[in-house]
Ligand binder design. Structure first.
Ligand code: ATP
Length: 245
């Protein structure tokens, strides 16, 4: 069996000490795989990512039970900068890029942990190979990019530290179908280059297309899991998430 890169075990999360957003959630991401977490609005997908990236505290949430292990280490015992250095990087929802900085400056900001200028330049070149449109627009300010290009920049910035695991929060949100396809292709390329991906998606057909395994999250609990092919052929998933019946 491959080594688990990320293991979430029996995770419970509450907001403001009251609202239970996740109850007993368990999942794993094996090294070298793409795992999708599917679910509709309010199911708890963003909460799950916030727990893994340890940004819950900033929005009034807290882990109230269970464990999250990355590379065999209990994340509760490590600080957030350890996680980034160990290769766990989140690309936030809503393309939070620096609007007033150029594309190149945004990428440089993402590469702050790079050993030196040369390592940063190499990382920038890799990102430009993956997203040629960003190379073309390298001197343009982030705020002037289209929605799809901003999503690419957010992903590119996350890749600047050459993470082992990239956490993607709804990269397809608000994008036209053709761009969703393109983002799916890019996730496949990122995977092919050796980076594992945990992908949170409301767009189940995109999620199941790129993922090896997937989990369905409903009102804070996992209600189905399996290989992407298994889930795509399950009647209930087809009816409720893929819009075919
Ligand atoms: P979406 O696709 O709309 O982002 P989601 O699946 O990511 O949905 P979450 O945002 O994780 O869902 O929300 C899960 C539950 O937690 C919801 O009931 C939501 O109202 C609640 N919740 C989320 N953030 C907070 C917060 N900061 N304070 C209180 N409750 C919150």
């Amino acid at each position: 069996m491959p080594d688990p890169l990320l293991t979430v075990d029996d995770l419970t999360v509450a907001y403001d000490g009251a609202v239970q957003a996740l109850r007993g959630v368990s999942l794993r991401v094996d090294a070298g795989s793409v795992v999708a977490v599917l679910g509709s609005n309010g199911a708890g997908k963003t909460t799950l990512l916030r727990a893994v990236s340890r940004s819950l505290g900033t929005v009034g949430g807290a882990v109230t039970g269970g464990t999250i292990r990355f590379g065999g280490q209990d994340l509760a015992r490590r600080d957030a900068s350890w996680a980034v250095r160990a290769g766990l990087v989140q690309v936030p929802e809503g393309r939070r890029i620096f609007r007033d900085l150029t594309v190149e400056e945004n990428l440089r900001a993402g590469g702050y942990t790079a050993r030196d200028a040369r390592a940063r330049a190499e990382a920038t070149d890799r990102v430009f190979d993956l997203f040629p449109i960003l190379a073309e627009r390298r001197h343009q300010r982030g705020g002037l990019l289209s929605g799809g290009q901003q999503q690419m920049l957010a992903m590119g910035r996350g890749l600047m530290t050459s993470p082992k695991l990239l956490l993607l929060d709804e990269p397809s949100l608000g994008l036209a179908p053709q761009l969703v396809e393109q983002i799916g292709d890019i996730i496949e390329q990122i995977h092919a280059q050796g980076t594992s991906v945990l992908l949170i998606e409301q767009n189940a057909s995109m999620g199941l297309r790129v993922a090896d395994r997937a989990y369905v999250l409903e009102v804070g609990t996992i209600t189905a899991s399996g290989t992407a092919a298994e889930l795509a052929s399950t009647d209930d998933i087809r009816d409720r998430y893929l819009g075919v019946g």
